[in-house]
Ligand binder design. Structure first.
Ligand code: DGY
Length: 337
């Protein structure tokens, strides 16, 4: 089996992969051009990639021997799954192992924005601090306020767990209609389900934790910002395009909301200058899962799924199990040639 990896895997994952496969790995940590990925994929059975790598029909057409794409991320909006199904390419992701790291970052951003940590840090560094003052850098307290979580999957729940420890009341909006999930969320976190608009106009803080799909693109736009409370602080650790970035900037400029903490942006790595110019925002370079432990776990899960698939077992982290039959057929064909 020949595998191309668009970056450096952590030691344990790299070892596990090279025990079973001939591995070609991109040596730099700079993003790869799609044409380079395509070139390096020549003759490869599998691709291990990251969320900056675009994978779609164009690549599948040019590299028909490709059987599996292991995306080292839980979100897989960089991959066209319908195209993968057509091409019989199995896609895997890395769910479950990054929930805590991402929820920690959501809280770090929330606290930083609510308590003006970045502003305060700059103030001290610039030597502007002349002494304790009653009104200096007043922020918002979390205890007793309401956090609205948009998307109550694994990461949303990890955020909810932290929120309870901070004394926050919880409301959430999610897809799906099964009553048991809502009953469980009520029991575990005393969380109340509401619709998106009610969440927007009721919450003191909002955390965005839903995946980016066609139906969640620009889920938050002008009409949602218009009904948010002027003291609301918004945090996004999911995907930038879940929020209409222009509408968010306008809402921040017009003080329709108090501030925000963003780990993700619509056109990464570009961050609009208008956003950078605002002092009521805290910005991070998509580091939700960036802890040593989590990144190693993501790599290991990606490799585990890949090895399982090539040994004939449908991995539990397969995103498109529907492609399994075509994948298996391709595998057999390769084995017999
Ligand atoms: C993910 O896994 O989707 C994160 O955004 C990147 O780690």
């Amino acid at each position: 089996m020949k595998v191309f990896v668009t970056g450096k895997l952590s030691d344990k994952a790299a070892q596990a992969l090279s025990n079973f496969a001939q591995v070609d790995a991109y040596e730099s940590d700079q993003p790869m051009e799609p044409s380079e990925v395509e070139q390096r994929l020549e003759g490869k059975d599998a691709l291990v990639c990251i969320l900056g790598d675009r994978v779609d029909a164009e690549l599948f057409k040019k590299r028909p021997q490709l059987k599996l794409v292991a995306n080292v991320a839980v979100g897989y909006d960089n991959i066209n799954v319908a195209d993968a199904n057509d091409a019989g390419v199995l896609i895997t992701n890395t769910p479950g192992v990054l929930d805590n790291a991402t929820a920690d970052l959501a809280f770090a951003l929330l606290l930083a924005a609510a308590r003006r940590i970045v502003e305060a840090d700059g103030f001290v560094r610039r030597g502007e601090w002349t002494g304790w003052k009653r009104e200096l850098m007043l922020g918002a307290e979390l205890n007793g306020k309401t956090l609205g979580i948009i998307g109550m999957g694994r990461i949303g729940k990890a955020v909810a767990k932290r929120a309870r420890a901070f004394g926050l009341n919880l409301i959430y909006a999610r897809e799906g209609s099964d009553k048991k999930t809502d009953d469980d969320l009520k029991k575990t976190f005393q969380a109340q389900r509401v619709d998106l608009n009610e969440l927007c106009c009721t919450a003191d803080f909002i955390s965005v934790n839903c995946p980016l799909r066609a139906d969640t693109r620009h889920l938050l736009g002008k009409s949602q910002f218009d009904i948010m409370q002027p003291h609301c602080v918004l945090v996004n650790t999911s995907r930038g395009a879940v929020i209409d970035e222009d509408a968010l900037i306008q809402a921040l400029e017009e003080k329709k909301i108090a501030g925000c903490g963003l780990d993700v942006f619509e056109n990464e790595p570009q961050v609009p200058q208008r956003l950078i110019a605002l002092d009521n925002v805290v910005l991070a370079p998509h580091i939700g899962s960036a802890t040593k432990e989590t990144r190693a776990a993501m790599d290991e899960l990606a490799v585990k799924g890949l090895l399982e698939a090539f040994s004939g077992k449908l991995p539990t982290n397969a995103v498109n199990p529907d492609a399994w039959q075509k994948f298996s057929a391709k595998l057999k064909t390769t084995a017999s040639t």
